[in-house]
Write a protein that binds this ligand. Structure first.
Ligand code: SF4
Ligand code: SF4
Length: 361
């Protein structure tokens, strides 16, 4: 079987049907409340056909034209994060019994899912989360191990994207089961894993023509060249920690609302809090884990003191961790260049501008 196969546009539904028949629940991009998000999807008619996203600092808009393409947009507010690291879930329950308290862990039971339309930047974020969660969190591991990933190379990066500068996109290099290049009349399909190879073989496709592959290569090169934003380097650890008293921290704090939007949409942020919620009868209690943000007051509360009471210190914590001390934890920066924190910041704060100002560029 040729490495690169061609799936005509009118046959895309066959890929969804094959994944459903293999036992996966298909999750795909669709429009909800004016944004492209992931949700259950088993018919190609629900894909965002002809939609393009226009993104800028503090701004995200969808525009429709008569383009037949279904993946001609950059990204929405979600990455894969909510699908693997749930915004809120119960971890265990405590129940009062006749001879004491019984603890029951919430057994992770998750349906196999196939996610269609994954971007290269989000695959890079997933690799970081795998490092953090896979061996420590059975809930994450149960979802992750049952997840089939269909990447689609990004041909329409937003003005806020800078994945080319972080080395994470726009072309997916690894971490997918199947990867698609969308052309005007269909898709070039390639497998990245044995599981992807099985699905691809069962589609009985024709090999992609050299001319089709050349179009895909040109699209991928153009998508990288189109990006204008960049961080001032891939490892800013030393520069950031040498500038902890830089005047720009006060400047950004005067604009930042400490709302935490940036951390919610960021595909790599994983801070969370834990709490117990007792039942009204006093006989049981459920322990929950839910997303938290380093921009909340409670996140730095220790023994009666809020360590980072001012916004300046919260923003500084976020940026120095994300672009600095992540190198010690994960061997790379915590930023994959998706640009979401720029678009979804109500104060239009741009991480590339702030890092550039603090690092002297
Ligand atoms: S940088 Fe923007 S999104 Fe992040 S906390 Fe501040 S105002 Fe909110
Ligand atoms: S810091 Fe911003 S640009 Fe970087 S990965 Fe997170 S949301 Fe994307």
């Amino acid at each position: 079987m040729a490495e690169y196969q061609f799936l005509p546009r009118q046959e895309l539904q066959r890929l969804f049907d094959k994944l459903c028949a293999a036992g996966f629940q298909c999750i795909g991009p669709q429009v909800q409340e004016g944004a492209i998000v992931y949700g259950p999807l088993d018919a190609v008619t629900a894909l965002p056909r002809g939609l393009h996203d226009r993104q800028a600092p503090g701004s995200y808009r969808l525009e429709q034209d008569d383009d037949e393409r279904c993946f001609a947009w950059a990204n929405g507010p979600q990455a894969l994060k909510p699908l693997t690291f749930a915004p809120r879930e119960s971890m265990w329950q405590a129940q009062q019994g006749p001879s004491g308290i019984n603890f029951t862990s919430a057994a992770p039971q998750h349906q196999p899912t196939a996610v269609i339309g994954v971007r290269a930047c989000d695959l890079a974020a997933l690799r970081i989360h795998d490092q953090h969660f896979l061996n420590n969190d059975p809930h994450y591991a149960a979802r992750r191990e049952r997840m089939f990933l269909v990447a689609v190379n990004c041909t329409h990066p937003a003005a806020t994207c800078f994945c080319a500068s972080t080395g994470d996109g726009p072309e997916a290099q690894s971490g997918f089961d199947l990867v698609l290049d969308e052309l005007d009349d269909g898709y070039i399909v390639r497998s990245g894993t044995p599981a992807g190879g099985i699905i691809l073989r069962e589609l009985f496709l024709e090999p992609a023509a050299d001319a089709q592959r050349a179009v895909a290569q040109r699209q991928n090169a153009a998508a990288a060249a189109q990006q204008t934003r960049q961080l001032p380097g891939r490892n800013l650890r030393d520069t950031l920690f040498a500038n902890l008293e830089h005047a720009r921290w006060d400047d950004v704090a005067a604009r930042c609302l400490s709302c935490g939007n940036c951390t919610s949409v960021c595909p790599t942020c994983f801070c969370h809090s834990e709490r117990d919620e007792p039942a009204l009868d006093g006989q049981s209690s459920t322990h929950y884990r839910q997303w938290d943000s380093c921009f909340t007051e409670g996140h730095s509360y220790i023994h009666g003191i809020v360590i980072r009471a001012e916004t300046k210190f919260r923003y500084r914590q976020w940026l120095t961790h994300k672009l600095g001390s992540w190198h010690e934890q994960f061997g790379r920066s915590g930023c994959v260049g998706c640009g979401r924190c720029i678009s979804w910041c109500p104060a239009a704060i741009d991480i590339t501008e702030e890092a550039g100002a603090i690092c002297g560029q």
